[in-house]
Ligand binder design. Structure first.
Ligand SMILES: Nc1ncnc2c1ncn2[C@@H]1O[C@H](COP(=O)(O)OP(=O)(O)OP(=O)(O)O)[C@@H](O)[C@H]1O
Ligand SMILES: [Mg+2]
Length: 312
């Protein structure tokens, strides 16, 4: 570990292979169960080749987290995940000192003639050593002895101050620890940040990342996702299910159904051995897809007025 060279100086690991282009990323992700379109695959390929973090934004359940997990599988790299939440701080995201071990070290060192309490108090000699540093996901990713994928999940949940702490890692691949100096990356990690867009992220953060908006998949891709997740379901039923979900997403709902809900309903239908979507018994269908009572009522009324059919 170097304390002086900027992390950007770390060797660029060979990511070209599976990330060489749109087609190879798309095929590689598909081999790991993630069905991407050309836009997704193209941006992932660019981010990997440029060594730039990728900020993935979009509605809930559109495959943002899964994309990072599948990229880690494709790259055969460990996934290091920082799950963000309100109130998360440096000590949970970057590092903290292990006070217990530092105290034990001081106690043990007291028996040593060369030990000087004054020196410890003056300049922290001995106690601010890497041995006593507890690494948290961001530091862990850049210190990792092997190249890693860092997922900073739901970054919009952290406050602006904490977000600012992330900038150094995203731009320089390094963490400054006042007592030690700069801890830099041995290998550039592939970095993914996800956001549900609950608040605007800072310009500074956006500038450091490539951006991908992950919307609901088009019906064809969603049919493929469902067929892959629930292989036993009849094709005609997959078509009707995806058409229904597509119709519901066009209504003005508080929480439109996401890919997760489409898959949930597909699993439910398979479990029940259903052969058709029974909208008259809509309590089941709509209650799996929708999460709010108002949304169920809006959908009920809209479907009664406007019959829907699978689109070719
Ligand atoms: N392109 C895809 N290929 C395969 N599976 C997908 C795809 N998109 C979404 N899924 C599936 O949809 C589900 C939801 O995905 P995921 O948890 O990644 O969503 P998310 O965007 O991170 O949601 P949230 O914002 O709620 O965290 C997962 O089961 C995932 O496997
Ligand atoms: Mg997620």
């Amino acid at each position: 570990m170097s304390y002086s060279q900027p992390g950007r100086g770390a060797q660029a690991d060979d990511v070209a292979g599976p990330f060489a282009g749109t087609a190879s990323v798309r095929a590689g992700l598909a081999a790991h169960g993630y069905l991407a379109d050309d836009k997704i695959a193209g941006v992932v390929s660019l981010a990997a080749r440029l060594g730039k973090p990728l900020l993935v934004e979009g509605p809930a359940g559109t495959g943002k987290t899964q994309l990072a997990k599948s990229v880690a599988q494709l790259a055969a790299r460990p996934l290091i995940r920082l799950q963000c939440y309100e109130g998360i701080d440096e000590s949970k995201a970057l590092y903290e000192w292990d006070y217990r071990k530092q105290l034990l070290w001081i106690q043990a060192a007291r028996g040593d003639e060369t030990f000087s309490a004054d020196a410890v108090i003056e300049d922290g000699k001995g106690i601010f050593d890497e041995r006593f540093l507890l690494t948290r996901p961001m530091l862990e990713a850049i210190r990792s002895p092997e190249p890693a994928v860092l997922l900073v999940d739901e970054v919009d949940r952290v406050d602006a101050e904490t977000e600012a702490l992330f900038l150094e890692v995203l731009a320089e691949y390094q963490v400054s620890v006042p007592e030690l100096g700069r801890l830099t990356a041995r290998h550039l990690p592939l970095v993914f940040l996800t956001s549900n867009g609950t608040r605007d992220l800072s310009e500074a953060l956006k500038r450091r990342c490539l951006f991908l908006y992950l919307d609901y998949p088009d019906p064809q891709r969603e049919r493929e996702i469902v067929a892959q997740a629930v292989p036993g379901l009849e094709q005609a039923l997959v078509d009707r299910l995806v058409a229904l979900v597509d119709t519901l997403r066009r209504l003005n709902l508080k929480k439109p159904p996401s890919v997760s809900e489409t898959i949930d309903l597909a699993r439910t239908l398979h479990l029940l051995g259903a052969t058709d979507l029974d909208l008259t018994a809509s309590s089941l269908t709509l209650n799996v897809l929708l999460k709010y009572r108002d949304d169920v009522q809006i959908a009920d009324a809209a479907l009664a007025r406007r019959p829907w059919q699978p689109r070719p």
